[in-house]
Design a protein. Structure first.
Length: 106
């Protein structure tokens, strides 16, 4: 798929749709390896912990420690839209549309 960045994420085939929407405001430029280590890795762990505590993450959602919720492709951070929308299905009183509205507006 072309030239890869110093650190390159792997798209999880179970959650294949990623977006720069919203995360592009937090990480607008290419991430350095240090930014990746301090930002993305810790954000991924925090989100997984929060989703588990809320009861919306399920055993088997994540096959390992590689980031899924926040990905790094071509040097840029991405949010995993597939996983965010499934949270809308699982969270009581929510919906995929509500998640979309919360993260991306409109």
């Amino acid at each position: 798929m072309g030239t890869s960045w110093i650190i390159e994420g792997q798209v999880d085939p179970r959650w294949p749709v990623n977006t720069r929407g919203n995360v592009g405001e937090v990480f607008p430029e290419v991430l350095t390896p240090l930014s990746y280590r301090l930002g993305v890795i810790h954000a991924e762990k925090a989100w997984r912990d929060a989703y588990t505590e809320l009861g919306v993450a399920r055993k088997g959602d994540f096959s390992g420690d590689d980031p899924v919720i926040v990905g790094l492709y071509g040097g840029y951070a991405y949010l995993n839209l597939s996983y965010l929308r499934i949270l809308g299905v699982r969270a009581p009183g929510s919906s995929p549309q509500a998640i979309h509205l919360a993260f991306f507006g409109e």
